[in-house]
Design a protein around this ligand. Sequence first.
Ligand code: SF4
Ligand code: SF4
Length: 284
Amino acid sequence: AHAHLTGELHLRHGLPHLCDRLMIEQSERILSGLAIVMKALSVRRAIVAIEDNKPQAIAKMRQAVSQMKFPGEVSVSVVPRRYPMGAEKTLIKTILDVEVPEGGLPMDVGALVHNVATLAAIHDAVVLGKPLVERVVSVTGLVKTPKNFLVRFGTPASTLIDLCGGSDECADELIFGGPMMGIAQPSFDAAIIKGTNCVLVKKSDVREEYDCVRCGRCIEACPMGLMPLQFVNLVKHEDYEHLSDYHINNCVECGSCTYGCPANIPLVSYIKVGKAELRKLGVK
Ligand code: SF4
Ligand code: SF4
C-alpha cells in the first residue's frame, strides 16, 4: 500500500489548543512515534508543520528534534495560520508546493500526513504495547468551564459536559469536531470515538435557505480555487455526472463557502451529497 511513498512525511495538527498542548507537553512521545513511522516506511525526510501562532510549541518541538535521533532528516517548519491549513492537500501545497491530483492521495505525490495525536498513539502502541483506548478531547462552546480531558472511548459526551459544570440552558446542539467541519450528533449522550477531537456545545441556528444571488463570495472564499455554487446547481438538478468537470473531489469540505454565503445555502451538505452520488457512478 505504501509502494508510492518516496520519503516525505508531514505531521499536522488539528484543533489548535489540543495539539498545541500535546506538542508542548508530550513532544518526546510524538517524536518517538514519528521515528517509528519513518523507520517502518523508509521515510527519508519528515517535516513537522506548526502554525505561526504557536511559538511555545515551535520552540519545544525544535528543541526536542535537536535532542533526538531519527532514521532520516527531521525539521520543524512554521506555516501561516490560515484556515484550512490542517487539510492535508492545503498543507502539502504550502510546504512542498505540489498539488495532490484530483481524487488522489498524498502518497501519489510521495507524501504522508499525520496528526501529532496519531504519532503519539503509534508510540504508545509500539513502545508501550498499549492499544488505542482513549484520546484527548476538548470540550468547549456553551459550557460553564471549557476543559480538555483524556477520555476513554465510549464515554458519553454528557459526562464530559457535566465535568465542565454543565451547559447553558439555551444549548440544544452537540457537534463533534470544529465549528466549520464538525458533525452534529443525535443526542448529548453520543459516545466519544477515536475521531472525536472536540465536543462543541451550541445553540442551533436554523436559517431559511434562499436562492443563490450569484454574488461569488463562495468562489472567493474557496482555498482550493473551486466554484462551489456550481456544485449546488448540479446537485439540485441531479446532474451528478458533470460534478467532476468542476473538480468536486478537490473539495476538502472546509466549510469556508457555506460560512460566507448570504443566501444561507448549506453548500457543504450539497457537496457531500454530490460526492456520494459520484462515487455511486464509479467516479473517483
Ligand atoms: S455565496 Fe451563496 S449566494 Fe453567493 S454565489 Fe455562492 S452560493 Fe450563491
Ligand atoms: S468546502 Fe467549499 S470552500 Fe471548502 S474546499 Fe469545498 S468548495 Fe471550497
